[in-house]
Design a protein around this ligand. Structure first.
Ligand code: PLP
Length: 486
């Protein structure tokens, strides 16, 4: 039998060779940002084979594996750092963020508790404190995988804080039918969170919005009062602090008044918009954010961190404990008096956790928070500039106000504008020079540009519009030859 007892730990020279190859690829990738196709030419590069190769039984050459990654995986991927990646809410990533993620994996800290990872746990506490400072919030919290998980944590904390028995007996312990209030623009992660929390998706009651698509606070107050009178149980109000469609920030201060007067938990979904509180021109929109009971934030959106890292914050630190703490013999904290007893598993659904804080810690120490604030402010100014270019044109129209960095618009030369713009979005994406996504604004299909990339410049805005015009003038593309999903 071959001796394969040390199949994993190569010699130091071999490690160096492989490490250098990985580093070289990383350098080439970052040096080439903005010069590659944004979206891969999937017609030429068929990917099916990546999902149908045989299970590797024997060792392969690691350098060949890295080559395969470069030639098949990287080149078959959307370049999310590209300055004209305008789709969804896609962070641009930074070199320090990538380096930190690599170091975190090398260290392989398991951030379950202080005892398991003393320094990593301490760094996470530091990063959470810095994040609180950045959004001017007093409370506590922890890092999670993203905004969806942070919204889930907030919703469970809301439910259990008002009705502690729910932690034990589930929604049977509620004295009536639960209701969660949110505007029509609420992100899908909220109904999903309600479903996961056992409340059910249908508990989300849509509160009307005003002309600027912000939650109508009088309608909210009426809905809560009516529900109470009918024996229903208002569990939580979810306010948008930057909605995913257009960037609307609900009137947080007035919503906080309604919630305070009626003793209802207020959660802000600040996953996209929250860090814009750092930008002087947007700060005013976030008045009242300091009054919410919980919020979700996503450093892997507008703090330019590589995925994944989200953050759940609560004003009353014990709320997370009520919602999530549970002990078992195998996680008993056996510590000496000079060790911290802090454990993360009491504050979220997760036990094993990667060292997500490292990238934020290293990036903030390297670039400084002023650079982040300036980049976010630039993104906002660019969004306003794009809106102005659209309004000054005679072939585009703006479909929604631009409170933060999302611009919803459409091309107007043609009939059936919804089909035309749907076609244009796909054609522009597949051409690989720019990547808008979409939103529905009332009944209109909108092209949507979300600028959360520190590399985007004014020139990129012109290229986006010209690319849409170019696609409008060329014949419709054949149906895309996208990889088969399995
Ligand atoms: C407003 C808002 N909330 C929540 C989420 C979900 O965040 P994640 O994708 O990190 O789970 C998003 C994602 O785009 C979002 O824009």
């Amino acid at each position: 039998m071959p001796d394969d007892s040390n199949a994993f730990d190569w010699s130091a020279p071999r490690r160096e060779e492989v490490g250098r190859a990985a580093l070289q690829w990383t350098l080439d990738w970052f040096n080439g940002v903005g010069t590659r196709r944004l979206y891969p030419d999937v017609k030429a590069l068929r990917l099916d084979h990546l999902a149908s190769s045989a299970l590797p039984l024997d060792p392969g050459d690691p350098l060949a594996v890295i080559d395969e990654f470069a030639s098949q995986v990287a080149s078959g991927s959307r370049d999310n750092g590209h300055p004209r990646m305008f789709g969804y809410v896609q962070s641009s990533g930074t070199f320090m963020g990538a380096a930190a993620d690599y170091l975190a994996s090398a260290l392989n800290a398991n951030v379950t508790s202080w005892r398991s990872s003393p320094a990593a746990a301490t760094i996470e506490r530091q990063v959470v404190a810095w994040i609180k400072q950045m959004v001017r919030f007093d409370g506590d919290g922890l890092l999670v995988s993203g905004g969806s998980m942070a919204n889930f944590v907030g919703l469970v904390a809301a439910t259990v804080s008002a009705h502690p028995e729910v932690a034990k007996r589930g929604v049977r312990a509620l004295p009536g039918e639960p209701v969660v209030y949110a505007s029509d623009l609420v992100h899908m992660s909220i109904p999903k969170a309600a479903a996961m929390a056992g409340l059910g998706r249908d508990v989300v009651r849509r509160v009307p919005v005003d002309a600027s698509r912000r939650m109508d606070t009088e309608a909210l107050a009426r809905a809560i009062d009516d529900d109470r009178r009918s024996g229903r149980v208002p569990v939580c109000v979810v306010a948008n602090a930057g909605d995913v469609n257009t960037g609307v920030v609900d009137p947080l201060d007035r919503i906080a008044d309604v919630c305070r007067d009626r003793r209802v938990w207020l959660h802000a979904d600040a996953a996209y918009g929250g860090f814009a509180a750092l930008a002087p021109s947007a700060r005013g929109l976030f008045a009242g954010l300091e009054r919410v009971d919980s919020m979700s934030l996503d450093p892997h959106k507008w703090l330019y961190m590589p995925v994944d890292v989200g953050c759940a914050l609560v004003r009353d630190a014990s709320a997370l404990g009520r919602a999530f703490s549970y002990s078992a013999d195998y996680v008993d904290v056996v510590a000496s008096p000079d060790m911290s007893q802090y454990v993360f598993w009491d504050y979220s659904p997760e036990l094993t956790r990667r060292f997500r804080a490292l990238k934020i810690w290293m990036a903030l120490k390297t670039y400084g928070v002023r650079a982040f604030a300036a980049a976010i402010e630039r993104n906002i100014q660019l969004a306003r500039r794009l809106a102005a270019l659209i309004e000054a044109s005679d072939d585009f129209e703006l479909l929604a106000p631009v409170p933060l960095s999302i611009v919803c618009f459409r091309y107007t030369r043609g009939d059936d504008l919804n089909s035309l713009n749907r076609r244009l979005m796909l054609d522009v994406q597949l051409a690989g020079r720019a990547y808008p996504s979409n939103a529905m604004i009332d009944d209109a299909f909108a092209l949507r540009a979300c600028i959360v990339n520190h590399r985007t410049t004014e020139e990129d805005l012109g290229i986006l519009l010209d690319e849409i015009r170019r696609c409008a003038q060329s014949s419709p593309s054949p149906p895309p030859d996208l990889p088969v999903s399995r």
